[in-house]
Every structure is written in C-alpha cells, then in structure tokens.
Design a protein around this ligand. Sequence first.
Ligand code: MG
Length: 368
Amino acid sequence: MKITRISVYHVDLPLEHPYWLCGGRLKFEVLDATLVKVETDSGLIGWGEGTPWGHTYVPAHGPGIRAGIETMAPFILGLDPRRVLDVERAMDIALPGHLYAKSPIDMACWDIAGQAAGLPIADLMGGGSRTPRPIASSVGAKTVDETREVMERYRSRGYVAHSVKIGGDVERDIARVRDVESIRRPEEIVLYDVNRGWTRQQALRVMSACEDLNVTFEQPGESLDDIAAISGRHASPVSVDESLVTLQDAARIARDGLAEVFGIKLNRVGGLTKAARMRDIALAHGIDMFVMATGGSVLADTEALHLAATIPDDNCRAVWACQDMITVDIAGGRGPRNIDGHLHLPDSPGLGVHPDEDALGDPVRTYQ
Ligand code: MG
C-alpha cells in the first residue's frame, strides 16, 4: 500500500467562550485547525488533525503545521502508511523537530493501519480498554465564585474530572485551591493547572500553603529546570505537561523524579507513535497520565482516547473533550461524545470517526 495524495484543510474552530492563558499571554477566540486527508492506492483513506491551543500556549501554530507538511510531503508520498515507523523516520529526517507538524500525518497513518487491520487504533496498538475515560473540564475562571460557577456548569453535564486553571496571583490561587477542595466530591478528580504561570518563589508559596490538601499541580513553572529547582522543597504531587515534549524530556522527568503525572498532549509530542513511548516510560516508573489533544474537534479528542485506552485503567486519570468548547462540529455528531462525563472508545476500525468533508471547504493544498 502506498500514500498517493495528501490534502490539507484549514478550518477555524470558534470557542464557545474566549480563553485567556495566564501570564499576560493573548486572549483567543478561535482555534486554527489543520485537517489532513491521506489517500492510498488501496482506496483506504485516513484523517489526521493538528489544532494547537492558540498560538501562545506552546511553540506551535496552525500555519506552522501547514508549512511543515509542505516540507515533508515529498518524503511521505509513496510510503506505506501502515508502516508508521517508516513514516515517522521519513518525517524526522525531512524536518528535525517541529513535532506538532508531524502529528496529523502520524494520526492519519494509524487511521489507515487500523482500517487495513480491521481494528480500532487502540487494539492495533496492543489492546484498548473499554472502560469509559472520564473527561476533564477546563476551568479557565479567575475568582473563587467564577471557579465554582464554571465547575458547576461542567458538573451539570456529568463531568467528574476538572482541570482548574490557576497561576499568576498567589493569594487568589491559594484561595481558589482551598475553596475547590472544600466543595470537591469524593469521586471527583481535580488537577490544578498552573500553565507555567508561577515563578519558583510563587510556586513554593502556593504549594506550601496547600501542603495539607495533597493536591496535584500541573506545570508549576516555566521549564523542567524550574520544576527541578523546587522539587524536594514542597510535598505536592506534580504533573508535567508543556515541558513534556520529547522522549528525552520523559526520560529526564522519570529518572530525576520530577513528576508523578504526565500530561501527554498528542499534537505537542508528535502523535501516537511518539506518545506511546512516553506512555511506556511513565508506566515503567509508576507515573500516571492524563492524555489529551492540544485542542480541536472530535477527531483530535478521539486520537487521544485511543492512546488513553492503551493505558491500564488505574494509571489513566482522564482525557479531554475540546469538542465541548467549540461551536462547530465538523463530524456531524459522529464519533465519541460526552456521555455522563465520559468518552467511550469507538469499536469501528481505525480512528472511528471521519469529518464531514462539506464542513471543511476546499483543501488549501494538495500533494500527490
Ligand atoms: Mg495543562
């Protein structure tokens, strides 16, 4: 089987509510999504998606994905998409780094490989759990009252996991963490996501003040060096998210004991092929995982769900449904959707959901 054509679509996905990242980073209202259709001489077609969480979250942006594919396309055409390692190597040679540009191609290849094998991607990867995965909310509020209000909104839709965004104001962060813990239900999974918004000193102040609560803080500093510098000076579990980009990052975090949780985002780490290695490093070191898209449609959510399904139930904390935060649906209601706060693994071969092509418009580029 050979890849014969790659079509690239650019789609704007408007957010239901505008989003501000902490630390003075820009507000954004629309996600820039790149959808990729990979066609083969067998007639099988695979779909991939890369949707960064705005242009200011991590070094990734929509135009960069499309430019990266332009550079890599001549090296991908003609390869067998079922041989995902061959495609991965071709992309790594054609364009070192730029992992976020590679993930949509990797995703489409897994989609085709699954269809060719007659298996959902998770089963092709070795076996997917059918235990529904809890969906984490994204509570991007500022005050104590707003935080309660947004959490309540998600609870009413069945959510039992919450990623509460903090960072930037020490006293307010302490107040919000303590308040959420006071109303947290026993079954609820809560992560306090700093999104790199603290200096080392701010991190130590909040983590010390919340030490009695034993809550998990995600990305409590800008870099792994920052997280390492405060490690051993606080007692809180840590999740690393934005600073987990390469396999070397995963190895360092595991070896040096910098985190108890990995936040694996498929687009950031370069797709399923590379993320599966991070999963194995995590499992070998007793590190639990959140698995998510960086953003996007039901396609991106479903890709993350497949990887999450290959993690033992006890080690997979939650997934995400960015689809619940955007106002357009490019898949006409198909694919895994929020059912009582959980996503259920699709049983159809491959990814298990494809877009409605009419919703995408014409491709912005086609390579063949
Ligand atoms: Mg995070």
